[in-house]
Design a protein around this ligand. Structure first.
Ligand code: ADP
Ligand code: MG
Length: 701
């Protein structure tokens, strides 16, 4: 249960004066992305201003610069309402200071209100953008008009917030101030030494400073107040992940025992030798498996770096130790492909491998499930359907999750139900920058595959305008004569009203007109059988061009393919282009990638395509992608900012995430139940930043 001292942080905004149901809904939309979710005070307090308006310039009228926001002290002289018959003439108020005169202009004004606000002869402080017309200073619709008393409390540095329909900056500002007033200080959860070293204020002081900036520098992401709150957020997130981790680890790990015969047999059967990176990753995994704790390891490596092989070796070890292994791929197609690529190897050494996807008939599934439960299958490959309740393993020792960006806390917990001491290996081809690994996978151990398998040739990448399609097709014809295989990627399946993308279907037709039966088509709307037959025709048959949508983005493996054409490359993100390009250059032949674009290109698109030409280094590309599109997009989601983070900025607060990871690890090592003196305040922290699902684990554990 949430402690009472946090109640006022979690009270609904509608409990505040001036916030009725309608404004409340607008706040819900702004802060929770959903009008049905109540917006709480803490949500608004963590709603960071994105800019400030500087009203601190207080010149005399004679000296006031044109076009700037100023705050001036005026004496009101005269009201000039518009003539009755002409609503288009503005309402004007004339005023002066010692150095000159000014006109305040209002369109569609409420004259009575203005007369009460600015009686003739009164002194008023007026703030807004001053402009001169025919030499006469004028402010149209001043932002603030206050008397002397109110001027004392008017912020001269005014924070500007992201808004939504139905909410004005003024209402947000007022509501934030009301929240600040009723925010009781909380016991400190950060170490005093850290606060001293970083010159960080207390939580409530930091929020106060952010929402009531004194100077422009208070808006800086690197200001002490902002860093303090960002660090709180990082620590909450990392602490939650660490708690999950320690919980999972505590939950009955198993020190596995095997002598490596099965793995050695596999290695002997391989037509190549493992790269140094692969060998090292395997060694790291084996060290984990031998420990009496659960393994939580991420294998990160560029496309084609040989992650599947690493996973297979890990599976062999676990299978030799007497347990089962499962591999989960994001799509049916990929699951079948993984199966194809490991089946022969597995059979050679006596590993009983099977594949099961949602597309299998009920009878086939039943048969597989029975065999699985009896332990007659050693290695099951499939989609996330493997998580379903009906799937019962005899003894699941290792779960391998392939190409999965979003493997949440929830899924991890589900997984721990599947086996007695299931070890977990996650593989990702997205070269996620370190910061994002931390935020999304938490405190997982990481193995990096940095080397590409020997003999790989660099991919020549070229950009080409769509106008030159004819030229490309004739060059392609020459390559196909020599037996080349080519992917042709189109952005959308069907003509869409939103994007006039060349549909894969249309492109398929037009290429078929030139190349006949040598062209195949694959897209997401086809059935599994149709997809499989298209893939087989391309992989082993006489098809040489595979027109595809991004269904081939992840994992598809046809080493003979050497040409990748990406149509409307300007519409793809960098990470996606990189993934697609990774489908070629997998064999020993030279490969090329042609990025077909439709000009004119925007600056970001141009930079992306240049980056693609310049490098094949996935990590460089990921960093550039982060810079160009915001980190949400690196993971293929549209939202900006880090998903799940309101204050932390992936770039500016990089160091904080790393600090938080270390500290969270220490905290959990020393006080895994958060029972100590600092435990209570740290629990507050988890609640405030919405990471309290981890608190349930404390209870359970
Ligand atoms: P990833 O999953 O990292 O994209 P894969 O494991 O699918 O890469 O490997 C890509 C291709 O490279 C496969 O055809 C695989 O058989 C091959 N491969 C893997 N490791 C090596 C190696 N050490 N030497 C040569 N080829 C390899
Ligand atoms: Mg793979």
């Amino acid at each position: 249960m949430r402690p009472d001292r946090l109640n006022s942080y979690f009270a609904s905004l509608t409990t505040l004066k001036g916030v009725g149901p309608k404004i409340g809904q607008a706040f819900s939309r702004l802060l929770r992305g959903d009008v049905l979710q109540p917006s709480r005070r803490i949500d608004l307090l963590l709603h960071m201003p994105v800019a400030v308006i500087d009203r601190s310039l207080q010149p005399s009228l004679a000296e006031a610069p044109d076009g700037f926001i100023v705050t001036v002290r005026l004496t009101i002289d005269k009201h000039l309402p518009p003539p009755r018959n002409n609503k288009r003439v503005p309402y004007r108020v004339l005023a002066h200071d010692e150095t000159g005169e000014i006109t305040l202009t209002y369109f569609h004004a409420n004259g009575g209100y203005l007369e009460r606000q600015m009686p003739v002869g009164s002194v008023r402080f007026v703030s807004g953008r001053l402009e001169r017309f025919n030499g006469v200073p004028q402010i149209t619709h001043p932002d603030h008009v206050v008397d002397e008393d109110d001027f004392a409390s008017m912020p001269l540095i005014e924070p500007v917030y992201p808004l939504t329909a139905g909410l004005s900056g003024k209402v947000v500002h007022k509501t934030v101030q009301a929240c600040l007033e009723e925010m009781p200080p909380l016991p400190e959860w950060q170490e005093t030494a850290l606060l001293d070293r970083e010159h960080w204020p207390a939580f409530h002081e930091a929020l106060d400073r952010i929402h009531n900036p004194i100077g422009l520098s208070d808006l800086d992401l690197l200001s002490p107040a902002r860093r303090r709150i960002a660090y709180d957020e990082c620590l909450a997130s990392q602490l939650a992940l660490s708690l999950v981790r320690s919980n999972v680890k505590k939950a009955k790990g198993l020190a596995r025992q095997w002598d490596g015969k099965l793995k050695d047999a596999l290695i002997d059967a391989l037509p190549f030798t493992l790269t140094g990176s692969q060998q090292q990753a395997i060694a790291e995994i084996e060290a984990d498996l031998a420990l009496p704790e659960r393994m939580l390891r991420l294998v990160q490596g560029d496309v084609g770096s040989g992650k599947t092989m690493v996973a297979l070796m890990a599976a062999a070890d676990v299978i030799e130790s007497g347990a089962q292994a499962a591999m989960m791929a994001p799509t049916d197609l990929l699951a079948r492909q993984h199966y194809q690529s490991v089946r022969r190897l597995c059979e050679t050494v006596g590993i009983r491998v099977a594949v099961m996807t949602g597309k299998d008939s009920a009878a086939v599934k039943r048969q597989i499930l029975q065999a699985l439960e009896k332990g007659d299958i050693d290695f099951l490959i499939g989609t996330h359907a493997l998580f379903q309740q009906s799937v019962v393993f005899a003894d699941l020792g290792l779960a391998i999750v392939d190409e999965q960006h979003r493997f949440g806390v929830q899924q991890r917990l589900m997984l721990s139900d599947k086996g007695v001491a299931t070890d977990l290996l996650v593989m990702t081809a997205t070269p996620i920058p370190r910061t994002l690994v931390l935020t999304h996978y938490g405190d997982m151990d990481v193995s990096l595959l940095t080397e590409k398998p020997a003999g790989r040739k660099p991919i020549e990448t070229r950009t080409m305008s769509l106008d030159r399609l004819g030229e490309l097709v004739s060059r392609l014809a020459a390559q196909l004569e020599k037996g080349a295989k080519c992917y042709w990627v189109c952005p959308l399946v069907e003509e869409s009203e939103l994007l006039d993308a060349t549909a894969a279907e249309e492109r398929h037709e037009s290429l078929k007109a030139v190349f006949g039966h040598r062209v195949e088509l694959i897209h997401g709307r086809m059935s599994a059988e149709e997809k499989k037959s298209a893939m087989d025709h391309f992989k082993d048959g006489d098809a040489q061009i595979l027109v595809a949508t991004t269904v081939i983005e992840v994992g598809v493996d046809v080493p003979e393919a050497t040409i990748m054409v990406i149509e409307h490359a300007e519409r793809f993100g960098l990470a996606q282009l990189h993934q697609l390009r990774g489908r070629v250059g997998r064999g020993d032949k030279a490969s090329s990638c042609i990025l077909l674009f439709q000009g004119p290109l925007g600056s970001v698109a141009k930079e992306r395509l240049n980056m693609m030409r310049e490098t094949e280094d996935g990590f460089r590309i990921a960093e550039a992608d982060l810079r160009l599109r915001g980190e949400g997009d690196v993971l293929g989601t549209k939202q900006s900012g880090m998903p799940g983070f309101r204050v932390t900025d992936a770039e500016a607060h990089k160091d904080l995430m790393e600090m938080a990871r270390k500290e969270a690890r220490l905290i959990v090592e020393m006080d895994p139940g958060l029972q100590g003196k600092r435990g209570e305040p740290l629990r507050d922290l988890l609640y405030l930043f919405g990471r309290d699902e981890a608190i349930l684990l404390l209870k359970a554990g």
